[in-house]
Design a binder for this molecule. Structure first.
Ligand SMILES: CC(C)(COP(=O)(O)OP(=O)(O)OC[C@H]1O[C@@H](n2cnc3c(N)ncnc32)[C@H](O)[C@@H]1OP(=O)(O)O)[C@@H](O)C(=O)NCCC(=O)NCCS
Length: 124
């Protein structure tokens, strides 16, 4: 999934993609009704969400939203007070739908502009 979306489609290097953190993260995997993997995402123990990817043919069908809801549900179950992520600029409106707020300056990661976004889970 991540090879198809991040490496092949977006040009992220293997060294950057496989950053060694997968083993400590909680992962969400979206499956089609026929059991094929169509989307994924992860959250680290410090509440950092990342690697949200939906295969191009499946975008716009709420798969990404379901993945994010699953990861936020996990964060709430672990009583995290806040989560954050580094959003690719094109995806900022997607995260804003979940009330994430952009903070700080735009930065470059994997040769793409990103911005940090945060969501407080207090009282939610
Ligand atoms: C970003 C991504 C995960 C969204 O997944 P998705 O399954 O297409 O999103 P959803 O169908 O749940 O979209 C929910 C809403 O957000 C909007 N949205 C989704 N992606 C968007 C984008 N890139 N820009 C603006 N709005 C977006 C949708 O239009 C939809 O709005 P609607 O309810 O009015 O139709 C997907 O486009 C993707 O995998 N992109 C490539 C990898 C990537 O860039 N990941 C994010 C890294 S920060």
């Amino acid at each position: 999934m991540r090879e198809a979306v991040f490496m092949d489609e977006q040009g992220v290097s293997a060294e950057m993609e496989w950053d060694g953190l997968d083993g400590v993260c909680y992962h969400a995997l979206a499956l089609s009704s026929t059991g094929d993997a169509i989307g994924c995402g992860r959250i680290s123990p410090d509440g950092h969400i990342g690697r949200i990817a939906v295969l191009s043919a499946w975008r716009g069908k709420r798969v990404g939203s379901s993945l994010l809801e699953s990861l936020l549900g996990y964060a709430r179950s672990q009583h995290y007070s806040q989560v954050d992520l580094g959003a690719q600029m094109h995806a900022v409106p997607f995260y804003q739908r979940f009330n994430f707020i952009a903070v700080g300056e735009i930065f470059i990661d994997a040769n793409m502009p990103h911005i940090k976004m945060q969501l407080s889970l207090k009282n939610s």
